[in-house]
Ligand binder design. Structure first.
Ligand SMILES: Nc1ncnc2c1ncn2[C@@H]1O[C@H](COP(=O)(O)OP(=O)(O)OP(=O)(O)O)[C@@H](O)[C@H]1O
Length: 247
């Protein structure tokens, strides 16, 4: 369960996220959409305890972030958009390091690493991280989170950088995990992902949530694609026409 009340982040005078409210129950796949610079990453960073909000309240798994930050961090998993992994480690050393930190160095997790590596085509665990491509690091990062099966998983642009097969496997796996009661929060620019995968989506624009609900409710019976709806809500439809007209 993920809950945010009046969550706000200011950088100096600039309001990056303004009084947003979220309630994401257990087992839901929640998609967070918005144009570049809308406030998605800032929101994820606050919800995962890596950035202090200016004001507002966060509850994850019923725990208050201000009082239980460590416990929350232990029980969630975060896949950031830019995988930051120690360059000097080999793939398997990184996974062992994470298993030790989370105290899950056991046979069940090792078995899961093997299964996930097979599924994502990760046959390079003896390679040094500095010699891996962006996509290879991203898959390693995904395995390091999914191997623990955390109760809540946050993913920032999870399919960017993944090949088509890995992206499909990730989508199917996340659906399976959600069915098992794991809560998934993901940001995406890819509207098709939001439409096909997410139970509920929220659209954020200039720091404010401007629409929230399941796809059908958001479309309100209009015969529109999510792309049209998104562009209409974020007032980009006219801009696009004007921009193309001048070209
Ligand atoms: N540390 C910071 N200091 C100042 N401004 C920041 C900082 N981090 C983010 N911002 C600003 O906050 C706004 C929201 O940024 P954020 O990274 O959350 O957007 P986003 O929705 O994730 O964008 P994108 O889709 O491009 O990744 C942007 O205007 C950004 O410039």
């Amino acid at each position: 369960m993920i809950k945010a009340e009046n969550l706000t982040k200011m950088f100096g005078d600039f309001t990056a996220v303004s009084k947003i409210n979220l309630f994401i129950p257990r087992g839901q796949i929640f998609g967070f959409l918005g144009p570049n610079g809308a406030g998605k990453t800032t929101t994820i960073r606050m919800l995962t305890g890596s950035l202090k909000p200016t004001s507002g309240k966060i509850e994850i798994l019923g725990l208050d972030m201000r009082k239980n930050e460590l416990e929350i961090k232990r029980r969630i998993g975060v896949v950031p958009d830019e995988p930051k992994i120690y360059d000097h480690l080999k793939g398997f050393e990184y996974l062992e390091f994470i298993m030790d930190i989370y105290r899950v160095n056991n046979d069940e997790v090792k078995k899961r690493i093997k299964e996930l590596s097979n599924a994502f085509g990760v046959d390079y665990l003896d390679k040094q991280v500095s010699d891996m491509s962006h996509g290879m690091k991203q898959k390693l990062m995904l395995i390091s989170v999914l191997m623990r099966k955390p109760e809540v998983i946050f993913l920032d642009e999870p399919t960017v950088g993944l090949d088509a097969r890995s992206a499909r496997i990730l989508k199917e796996l996340l659906k399976k995990y959600a069915n098992q009661g794991i809560t998934i929060f993901l940001t995406t620019h890819i509207l098709e992902i939001a439409e096909k995968m997410c139970d509920v989506i929220a659209i954020i624009d200039r720091g404010e949530i401007i629409a929230q609900g399941d796809i059908e409710t958001l479309k309100k019976g209009k015969d529109k694609s999510l792309e049209d709806l998104f562009l209409e809500l974020t007032a980009q439809e006219e801009n696009i026409k004007n921009a193309v007209d001048i070209l």
